[in-house]
Structures are given as structure tokens and as C-alpha cells.
Design a protein around this ligand. Structure first.
Ligand SMILES: Nc1ncnc2c1ncn2[C@@H]1O[C@H](COP(=O)(O)OP(=O)(O)OP(=O)(O)O)[C@@H](O)[C@H]1O
Ligand SMILES: [Mg+2]
Length: 237
């Protein structure tokens, strides 16, 4: 079997993507010639230490930042050819983000966080029953009337993950979604993500320094000083 090299075959593909912040002496090359293919339905982990370029990679992959050079395709579509409106629509309909600061709205309860999503995207989301089952699986179903400030960091992370899954995206981009979780919660979250990827054909990309998810991932990459390298073998023996 030959491996396809055409970006059109992949949920997410990058070709020689570079991101430079600042200029002159203050210049930082946060992403260096990143090239990768992420197949549909894979759970992909990108592991790297603090400052290695993980958030830069993820925000560029989802079109929240533009690269300095290189090409990004989502489902075969070169995102640089999209207008701002088209990119917004693509994100709304197809991408679920879990950002590093998990960005729950501070003055809304858990239940209201989901109502807010409904007000922006009213159709195609999980049903009430499915949402309840998801919150239960993540162990946060008792928190429906709770504000983020009254939750632990790990609880906030799980609610943020549920919010990303709520819209049934075809691509999930998650930044450190497990950093505040204990090992048992990491296992629950990891198994849930693996299950969603494999049964619903959702593509899930997690950037993290947390190696505890590595054995569940289909592909593992390492990020070091902005350089991405494939390293699955290390974790699947
Ligand atoms: N907006 C910015 N302006 C200037 N430099 C930046 C900016 N964002 C990130 N950087 C720099 O780019 C490099 C990569 O940062 P990035 O946030 O992508 O790393 P990270 O792997 O996500 O780190 P962490 O694990 O701490 O979240 C770092 O050297 C960082 O200081
Ligand atoms: Mg980061």
C-alpha cells in the first residue's frame, strides 16, 4: 500500500509552515518548516516542552493565526484562500477548539456556556441527552449550575472539552486539555477522545507536554524549538 502524499486526502495537512514572531534581535522562530499529514479519524498527539511552539502550531492549524510562510489545508482546502467570513464559517461548522486558557465565560454557569454555543450555532449540536451523557462520562454533570470560578482547574478543563465536543466538529484542536487532571481523569479523557476519533471518524489533535496520553494516540509527534518530528514508535512497543 502506498501512503498518499496529496494534502487533499487528509483532515489536516501542513506544508513547510513557518511562524516568526517579532523582528530584528527580538525575532523568535516559533515554528520551523513544519510538514505533516493528519488522516481522518486519528487521535494525534504533539508532545513538547514549554515554549517549543505547540500553541503556535495549534492556533495556526485552526486559522486563528496566519503563518509567516507555508500552506495549511483542512479537508483538502487551502485555508489561505478563504475570506475571513469563510474561515469563520469553517471554524464554526467543523472545528472544536480547546484553548490553553480554556476560555470558559466567567459569568456563565456550565449549562449557560452550552446555551451560548446554541445562540451562535443552533443546529447540528449534541442533543440534551447526549450532552448529559458526555458530562457524566467526564464526571462534571453535577456542575450544571456552577460558575467556572467555583470549579477546580481540572473541572474547568473537562467542561471546556465538553464544549468543544458539543458542536460535533470533524476536527478537534486541543491545547493542553489534560494538564490539570489526575491520572484517572487523564485515562477517562484519553479513552473518550480515542473512542470519538475511531467511532465517529473525528480527527483529534492534542498538543501537550503530558506523555500520559501517548499510548492511546494513533500518531505521536515531538516538538522541540519549533521543529516537528514523528516519533510514534517510542510509545507503541
Ligand atoms: N505572540 C507572541 N509574540 C512573540 N513571541 C511569541 C508569541 N507567542 C509565542 N511566542 C514565542 O514563541 C515560542 C513558542 O511559543 P508557544 O506559546 O507556541 O509555545 P508552547 O509550546 O505552547 O509553550 P507552553 O507549553 O508554555 O504553552 C516561545 O519562544 C514564545 O515565547
Ligand atoms: Mg502553549
Amino acid at each position: 500500500m502506498t501512503t498518499p502524499t496529496n494534502p487533499e486526502h487528509y483532515a489536516l495537512a501542513m506544508r513547510d509552515v513557518t511562524k516568526t514572531y517579532g523582528s530584528g534581535n527580538a525575532q523568535v522562530m516559533a515554528l520551523r518548516h513544519a510538514t505533516l499529514n493528519i488522516p481522518h479519524g486519528h487521535l494525534v498527539l504533539i508532545l513538547g516542552p514549554s515554549g517549543s511552539g505547540k500553541s503556535t502550531f495549534l492556533t495556526i492549524a485552526g486559522g486563528l493565526q496566519t503563518p509567516t510562510s507555508g500552506k495549511i489545508t483542512i479537508d483538502g482546502q487551502d485555508i489561505s484562500t478563504l475570506s475571513k467570513h469563510e474561515l469563520d464559517q469553517l471554524r464554526l461548522a467543523h472545528i472544536g477548539f480547546v484553548l490553553q486558557a480554556h476560555d470558559l465565560v466567567p459569568y456563565l454557569t456550565v449549562e449557560e456556556q452550552f446555551k451560548l454555543v446554541d445562540s451562535v450555532k443552533p443546529k447540528g449540536n449534541l442533543s440534551k441527552t447526549q450532552l448529559n451523557a458526555l458530562l457524566q462520562e467526564l464526571g462534571v454533570d453535577q456542575l450544571k449550575h456552577t460558575l467556572p470560578s467555583n470549579m477546580s482547574g481540572g473541572q474547568q478543563q473537562r467542561v471546556a472539552l465538553a464544549r468543544a465536543l458539543y458542536t460535533k466538529p470533524s476536527l478537534i484542536l486541543a491545547d493542553e486539555p489534560t494538564s490539570a487532571l489526575d491520572s484517572s481523569a487523564v485515562h477517562t479523557v484519553g479513552t473518550l477522545l480515542q473512542n470519538i476519533a475511531h467511532t465517529q471518524h473525528t480527527t483529534i489533535v492534542v498538543v501537550t507536554h503530558d506523555t500520559r496520553l501517548a499510548s492511546l494516540a494513533d500518531d505521536v509527534y515531538h516538538m522541540q524549538d519549533g521543529v516537528l518530528s514523528y516519533s510514534l514508535g517510542q510509545y507503541h512497543q
